[in-house]
Design a protein around this ligand. Structure first.
Ligand code: BES
Ligand code: ZN
Length: 645
C-alpha cells in the first residue's frame, strides 16, 4: 500500500487498509468516503466497549429489514451484514445486548454456527459467528427484546397527541447493540440501509435519506432508507409514530407530532441560516438534507446528532428561540462527531468539546458576539462545576483523554468533555488568532472526514498543520497538559467578568437581603440563568418568596430557567416550589433536568426524599430506560409510604 504524503499521521493510522489481504489501499484520504474507513491500530484506539476484532473481520455494510410491533415492543426481522475479512479469519465477532437470535445463515442460506457469550454489565455480549472460507455476507434473523436499552416505546397517553403510540431509538454510546447485531464501535464505520414495516398510518424517520416514497399495502407501510456514507454504528437511529412535517428552507425541515409541529417550526425558523453559517466556518455540509425531529417529552437528551435527522427534546421550545443553541450544537456535530468521530469513548471530548466550541461560533454568526460571549461564560461556570464534582483539579476524570477500562462507556460524558474540550480550543484560538485557527479546524474536518480520530491524532495534526515547529507557540499552548493531565491548565482564557457584571451584582445583593431586581424583565435567558446559578444554594425563604412573587418562576415555561429555579428551590427546601417541581418531573424526561433533581431530593433524607418517593412512581413510566435505570438505583420506589401532599 502507498502511504506517501500522509507522513506523520500515517504512523498513527497504520492498518488503514482493508482487512482483506488482496486489497490495494492506494486511495488517499480524500476518497476515504468511497472506501472502507480505516481501522486504527494504535493502543489508544483500542475500543474497550466493543467485542469486535475488526482487524480479523469487520462489518462494512448493514442492511436491515425489520417489522415494528407496538404491541410486543419489538423490532424484528433480518440484518444482512457485508463483511471484509482476512482470508484465514475463522470467525467474526459482533456486539449484542439482549437480542433474541433465531438464525444465522450465509448468502446461500447455509447455517453458520454462532454463540452468544456471557453478558458483561458494561458491554453486553459477544456474538461470535463462524465463517466459512468464502463467507462475505451474513444474514441474522432476530428480534429486539421489549426492554432493549436503545428503544423507548410510548403508549398513546405518553405522547403529546395522546392518540397513537410512538417509538424512538438512542444509539450513543453503545445502545444500538440492543436492536442491531453489528460491530457497535465508533471506530468501525459502516454504510447501511433499512426497510421498516409499520402499521399503516405510522410514519417512520431514520438518520439517513429516504430513498423512495413509502409503500402502503394491506394495512402495512414500508419505509426505505439508505446511508451511503460510512458512519459509526451509534449513528443509526429510528423514530416512528404519528408525525407531521414542515419545511424550514431548501434543505431543512422539521418532523414532530401534529400537536407540536407549529410551535416546533416557529422555534426553528433560523435552522436554514444555521446550516449556512456552519458551512461558512467549517466547509460544505456533506450529508444532503438537514432535518430535525422534535420528539415526545420522554426524549432523554437535549439533542442527538443523528445524521440527516437531529433528534430534539421538545423542552427547547421556549417560544422566543432563546434555547436554539441546542440546534447549533447538534448541527455542528455534522462536522465534529459525524465526520471526524471519536474512535473510542475515551476520546469523547473530540466529539463534544469540538462541537461545543463550534456551537458557540455558529451562535456568534447568527446572534452576535454578546450572546456568544455569554454562552462561553456559562460554559466556563459549568467547567468549574465539573472540575469540582469530578474530584477537584487532581481528579482523574478531569482529563480530556480518559481511561474507561472496566467502566461504563457513559462515564466520560461529563461537562469535562464538553467544556474543558471547548475551553481548550478557545485557548488555542486565542493564542494563534481566529483566522489561523479557523483555517486549521476546517482543514481538520477535511483531513479526517468519515474517519475515526483519537487524541493522539488530534495532537499530531495540530503540530503538523498549525504549530509547524514553532517552539514558542508549542510551549504557550500546553497541549499535553490539556489532553492528558487532570485539572485546567494555567493558560485557560477566562471570560471577562464584565460579561455578567450586572447579574452578578444583583445576585450578591439579593443573597445579602436585597430585593428581586427589576432589570430581570430585560434580561436574556442566559442572563437569568447566570443570576439564578450564582445565588447561594441555601437561600432563606423570604428571598425565594421575593423571586417567586416578582417573576413567577414556578410557572415559567422556559424550562432551562425553571430547572435553575427548581435546583435552587430543592437546595433551599422551598415548599412553595414543590407543585411546580412535581409538574416538571412528571411532564418531561430529559436526563439533564430530572437526574440532578431526583438525586438532590433523594440525598436530603428528611425533606427531599419523601417528596421524591411520592413523585418518582408517577414520573418513571415517562422516562427512557437510559434515564430511568439510573434513577431506579436511588431506591425511591421502595422507600416508605407516600407522604400526603
Ligand atoms: N451527543 C450528545 C448526546 C449524548 C451524549 C448521547 C452522550 C449519548 C451519550 C448531544 O450532542 C449532546 O451533547 N446533547 C446535549 C445538548 C448540548 C446543547 C450540550 C444534551 O442532550 O444535553
Ligand atoms: Zn453533543
Amino acid at each position: 500500500m502507498k502511504l506517501v504524503r500522509v507522513s506523520l499521521l500515517a504512523a498513527l493510522t497504520l492498518g488503514a487498509c482493508r482487512v482483506s489481504d488482496n486489497t490495494n489501499n492506494s486511495e488517499g484520504p480524500k476518497t476515504a468516503e468511497a472506501t472502507v474507513a480505516p481501522i486504527l491500530t494504535t493502543p489508544d484506539a483500542q475500543d474497550l466497549h466493543s467485542y469486535a476484532r475488526p482487524r480479523e473481520a469487520r462489518v462494512t455494510h448493514v442492511a436491515l429489514d425489520l417489522s415494528l410491533d407496538f404491541e410486543t415492543k419489538r423490532l424484528g426481522g433480518t440484518a444482512t451484514l457485508d463483511i471484509d475479512r482476512k482470508a484465514d479469519a475463522k470467525e467474526i465477532v459482533l456486539d449484542d445486548n439482549g437480542l433474541e437470535i433465531q438464525s444465522v445463515v450465509d448468502a446461500s442460506k447455509q447455517p453458520l454456527p454462532y454463540k452468544v457469550g456471557a453478558n458483561d454489565q458494561y458491554r453486553g455480549s459477544p456474538l461470535t459467528i463462524a465463517l466459512k472460507p468464502d463467507t462475505k455476507r451474513i444474514v441474522i434473523t432476530y428480534k429486539s427484546a421489549p426492554d432493549a436499552s436503545a428503544l423507548l416505546w410510548l403508549s398513546p397517553e405518553q405522547t403529546a397527541g395522546k392518540k397513537a403510540p410512538f417509538m424512538f431509538s438512542q444509539g450513543e454510546s453503545i445502545n444500538n447493540r440492543s436492536w442491531i447485531p453489528t460491530q457497535d464501535s465508533p471506530a468501525i464505520r459502516q454504510s447501511w440501509e433499512a426497510a421498516i414495516h409499520v402499521p399503516a398510518g405510522t410514519t417512520v424517520v431514520m438518520s439517513a435519506p429516504r430513498i423512495e416514497q413509502p409503500i402502503t399495502q394491506g394495512g402495512e407501510s414500508v419505509f426505505n432508507f439508505r446511508m451511503d456514507h460510512s458512519v459509526a454504528p451509534y449513528m443509526i437511529a429510528i423514530a416512528a409514530g404519528d408525525l407531521a412535517f414542515k419545511s424550514l428552507g431548501n434543505r431543512t425541515g422539521v418532523w414532530a407530532e401534529p400537536a407540536t409541529i407549529n410551535a416546533a417550526a416557529n422555534e426553528l425558523v433560523d435552522t436554514e441560516k444555521m446550516v449556512a453559517a456552519a458551512e461558512k466556518l467549517y466547509g460544505p455540509y456533506r450529508w444532503g438534507r438537514y432535518d430535525v425531529i422534535v420528539l415526545p417529552p420522554s426524549f432523554p437528551f437535549g439533542g442527538m446528532e443523528n445524521p440527516n435527522m437531529t433528534f430534539l427534546t421538545p423542552t427547547f421550545i421556549a417560544g422566543d428561540k432563546s434555547l436554539v443553541s441546542l440546534v447549533a450544537h447538534e448541527l455542528a456535530h455534522s462536522w465534529s462527531g459525524n465526520l471526524a468521530t471519536n474512535a473510542t469513548w475515551n476520546d469523547f471530548w473530540l466529539n463534544e468539546g469540538m462541537t461545543t466550541y463550534a456551537e458557540r461560533r455558529i451562535v456568534e454568526e447568527l446572534y452576535g458576539k454578546k450572546v456568544a460571549d455569554e454562552q462561553v461564560a456559562l460554559g466556563v461556570d459549568a467547567l468549574d462545576k465539573a472540575v469540582a464534582s469530578n474530584g477537584g483539579p487532581g481528579g482523574g476524570d478531569t482529563r480530556l483523554h480518559l481511561d474507561l477500562k472496566g467502566r461504563s462507556a457513559d462515564d466520560g460524558t461529563s461537562d469535562i468533555a464538553y467544556e474543558k474540550g471547548a475551553a481548550f480550543l478557545r485557548t488555542i484560538e486565542a493564542n494563534v488568532g481566529r483566522e489561523r485557527f479557523d483555517a486549521w479546524l476546517k482543514g481538520w474536518f477535511d483531513r479526517h472526514a468519515f474517519q475515526p480520530v483519537t487524541s493522539a491524532i488530534f495532537l499530531a495534526d495540530l503540530r503538523q498543520n498549525l504549530i509547524k515547529g514553532d517552539k514558542a507557540l508549542e510551549q504557550k499552548l500546553m497541549l499535553d497538559d490539556w489532553v492528558y493531565k487532570p485539572g485546567v491548565p494555567s493558560n485557560l482564557v477566562r471570560p471577562a467578568a464584565a460579561v455578567f457584571a450586572e447579574q452578578d451584582k444583583a445576585s450578591t445583593a439579593l443573597a445579602g437581603g436585597g430585593t428581586a431586581p427589576q432589570a430581570w424583565a430585560n434580561w436574556t435567558t442566559d442572563e437569568r440563568l447566570r443570576f439564578l446559578n450564582r445565588l447561594p444554594r441555601k437561600l432563606p425563604k423570604p428571598r425565594l418568596d421575593a423571586l417567586q412573587a416578582a417573576y413567577d418562576l414556578n410557572g415559567t415555561q422556559n424550562l432551562e430557567v425553571r430547572f435553575a429555579w427548581l435546583d435552587l428551590a430543592v437546595g433551599s427546601r422551598y415548599d412553595p416550589a414543590v407543585p411546580s417541581l412535581e409538574q416538571f418531573l412528571t411532564s418531561q424526561g430529559r436526563g439533564k433536568f430530572v437526574r440532578p433533581l431526583f438525586k438532590a431530593l433523594a440525598k436530603d433524607v428528611q425533606w427531599g426524599r419523601p417528596i421524591a418517593a411520592r413523585i418518582y412512581p408517577k414520573a418513571r413510566p415517562l422516562y427512557h430506560p437510559l434515564v430511568g435505570r439510573d434513577l431506579d438505583k436511588l431506591g425511591l420506589q421502595t422507600v416508605g409510604k407516600p407522604t400526603p401532599k
